[in-house]
Design a protein around this ligand. Structure first.
Ligand SMILES: Cc1cc2nc3c(=O)[nH]c(=O)nc-3n(C[C@H](O)[C@H](O)[C@H](O)COP(=O)(O)OP(=O)(O)OC[C@H]3O[C@@H](n4cnc5c(N)ncnc54)[C@H](O)[C@@H]3O)c2cc1C
Length: 455
C-alpha cells in the first residue's frame, strides 16, 4: 500500500489521449500515478474521430466510449487543445514542468510527402493529402466547420496502397455518386446506404450508368501489384503463407473495385506533373516491373493521367517535435523495439508514435485470427470493425507490457516534492480556466460534434 501512496507523488505526462494514450493513462492511474494527458485536439479521439470514415458509426462510438471510460478517472487530467511542440515547447515540458516521465502516444499525423519535386505547391488546391481529406469528409456537415473545404471533382486520382487508400477512393466514389444522383436526377440518397450497398448496386437500383450521371471512374495508382497491397498479413514467414496472403490481398482489392467501381492501375510510379494557369493538370507516371520485391522502372513507358483532384494516400508518419531526434521519419529510440526515446532518461514512446506503424502487423499472436475475418468477409463493415477492434486490442496489450516496464522504471525515480505537484496542477488549471474546462465528461459532452447520421 505504501508503494501506491508514493506512486501518487509521481506525475506523468502522456502526449495524445486516443487509443494508445488513454490506455497508458488508465494503467498509470490504476497504479496510483497522477497523469496529465495533453491532446492537441478539442476531443482526445485521434484517428477514431478524424481518420476513420464516418460511416463506421458503431465502431467509432464503441471506441470513443472506451476512451471516455479510461480518461474519466480521478487520477487523470485531460488538457485538451494543447499541442506539444506548439502550444507548449517540448523542452519546457521536459525541463520545467517537473513530470517524472513523459510518454509519447501522439500517433502518426504527418502525411508522407508525395515524392514528386515541387508538387506541394498545389496543396489544398488540386493536391490533397489523405489526413486533411478524411478530416474534411468526417466533419464537413458540422455547422461550425471552418477548416479546409474541398469539393470532389470528376477526374480524381489517388496515389497509394493499403486500407487507407481504399477508404479514400471509396469516399470519392460515394461522394460523386451521391452528388450526381442529386444534381442530374434529383435523387436523394445517404452515404451510409451507398457505402453499405456499393456504387454498382445503387446504380442498378435506379437503372443508371456512369454516363447517365456524367461520372468518370476515379483511378487508384499503386507502385506494385494488387497482390502486394498490405491488406492481409501472412501468418508466418513461410513462402506458402506469404503467397496465400498475397492471394487474399488481391481478392480484397478486386471486391472493392467491383463494389465501388473505381479503376485500379498497378505497377506505376509518379515521376512528374504538368500544370496550366498555375493549376495541376496531369500527373506523369512511369511503368515499373517488380522483381524479387524490388521495383524497376521500364524504359520509354511514361504515361499521363489528367486530373482535377489528386489525393496522396501513401501513409502517415509521426509529426516531428522540436527537441526530439528522428531517424528519417521515425522517432529515434535508444534501442530498436524498445520504448526509451533517445537522448532522455524519462521520455518514452508507445503505440504508433515511433514509426507511424505499431508492431502489430508483425505480431503473430492474433494476426491470423484478425486477417481471416477480412479474408472471409472482404472489407464489409463487420469485417473492418472486427479488424480494427482486434488491432486496437493488440495495441493495448502491447501498451500494457510497455507501461509495466515504464512503471518499474519510474518507481525508481526520486519522488517529486509537493511544490512540483502543485506547480503542475496550477499550470493545468490555468489552461482549463482559459478553455472553460470543468470536468472530463462535461467537456466531451459539450464538444462532441453533431453526427452525420443525426442530421
Ligand atoms: C482508417 C484507419 C486506418 C489505419 N491504418 C493503420 C495503418 O496503416 N498502420 C497502423 O499501424 N495502424 C493503422 N490504424 C490503426 C490506428 O493507428 C489505431 O487504431 C489507433 O487509432 C492508433 O492509436 P494511437 O493512440 O496510437 O494514435 P492516434 O489515434 O493517432 O492518436 C494520437 C493522439 O495524439 C494527439 N496528438 C498528436 N500530436 C500531438 C501533439 N504534438 N501534442 C498533443 N497531442 C497530440 C492526437 O490529437 C491524437 O488524439 C488505422 C486506423 C484507422 C481508423
Amino acid at each position: 500500500m505504501k508503494l501506491s501512496v508514493d506512486y501518487k507523488k509521481h506525475y506523468v505526462a502522456v502526449i495524445g489521449g486516443s487509443v494508445a494514450g488513454s490506455e497508458a493513462a488508465s494503467l498509470l492511474a490504476k497504479n496510483g500515478f497522477r497523469v496529465v494527458v495533453f491532446d492537441m485536439n478539442i476531443l482526445p479521439y485521434g484517428k477514431i474521430e478524424d481518420g476513420l470514415p464516418n460511416w463506421h458509426i458503431n465502431l467509432r462510438n464503441k471506441q470513443i466510449s472506451e476512451i471516455d471510460k479510461k480518461l474519466n478517472h480521478p487520477n487523470v487530467r485531460l488538457v485538451p487543445k494543447t499541442k506539444i511542440g506548439e502550444d507548449i515547447n517540448f523542452l519546457d515540458l521536459v525541463n520545467n514542468w517537473g513530470f517524472s516521465a513523459i510518454i509519447m502516444a501522439n500517433g502518426a499525423w504527418q502525411d508522407r510527402h508525395l515524392p514528386i519535386a515541387n508538387i506541394d505547391k498545389f496543396i489544398d488546391k488540386e493536391l490533397i493529402y489523405q489526413n486533411s481529406f478524411i478530416y474534411w469528409f468526417n466533419h464537413k456537415h458540422e455547422d461550425i466547420y471552418i477548416e479546409k473545404k474541398y469539393s470532389i471533382k470528376n477526374k480524381n486520382l489517388v496515389i497509394g496502397g493499403g486500407l487507407s487508400s481504399l477508404d479514400v477512393i471509396k469516399v470519392i466514389m460515394i461522394e460523386l455518386v451521391q452528388t450526381q444522383l442529386r444534381l442530374e436526377k434529383g435523387i436523394e440518397i445517404d452515404i451510409f446506404t451507398i457505402e453499405k450497398d456499393g456504387v454498382q448496386k445503387v446504380l442498378n437500383q435506379f437503372k443508371l450508368s456512369f454516363e447517365d450521371l456524367n461520372i468518370e471512374k476515379a483511378k487508384l495508382v499503386y507502385r506494385r501489384e494488387a497482390r502486394d497491397m498490405p491488406l492481409k498479413s501472412p501468418k508466418d514467414d513461410s513462402k506458402e503463407s506469404i503467397e496465400k496472403a498475397k492471394d487474399v490481398s488481391e481478392k480484397i482489392l478486386n471486391k472493392c473495385v467491383d463494389k465501388f467501381q473505381f479503376e485500379f492501375i498497378p505497377l506505376s510510379i509518379a515521376v512528374n506533373f504538368t500544370e496550366k494557369n498555375d493549376a495541376l493538370k496531369s500527373v506523369i507516371f512511369q511503368r515499373v516491373i517488380s522483381e524479387n520485391g524490388k521495383i524497376k522502372p521500364i524504359k520509354d513507358s511514361l504515361f499521363e493521367i489528367e486530373i482535377e483532384m489528386l489525393i496522396s494516400s501513401i501513409g502517415s508518419v509521426p509529426e516531428k517535435i522540436e527537441g526530439l531526434l528522428y531517424d528519417f521519419s521515425s522517432l529515434k529510440m535508444k534501442d530498436e523495439g524498445n520504448y526509451h526515446v533517445f537522448g532522455y532518461d524519462n521520455v518514452f514512446a508507445i503505440g504508433n508514435a515511433i514509426s507511424g506503424r505499431g508492431n502489430i502487423f508483425e505480431s503473430k499472436k492474433h494476426g491470423n485470427q484478425m486477417t481471416k475475418v477480412i479474408m472471409d468477409k472482404h472489407l464489409t463493415e463487420d469485417a473492418f470493425e472486427k479488424w480494427l477492434f482486434a488491432y486496437n486490442n493488440q495495441l493495448k496489450s502491447e501498451i500494457n507490457e510497455q507501461i509495466s516496464g515504464i512503471i518499474k522504471e519510474i518507481s525508481e525515480f526520486k519522488i517529486q516534492p509537493e511544490t512540483i505537484i502543485r506547480g503542475i496542477l496550477d499550470r493545468t488549471i490555468e489552461i482549463h480556466t482559459k478553455l472553460g474546462y470543468s470536468t472530463y465528461l462535461d467537456w466531451v459532452t459539450k464538444n462532441l460534434p453533431i453526427r452525420l447520421e443525426d442530421t
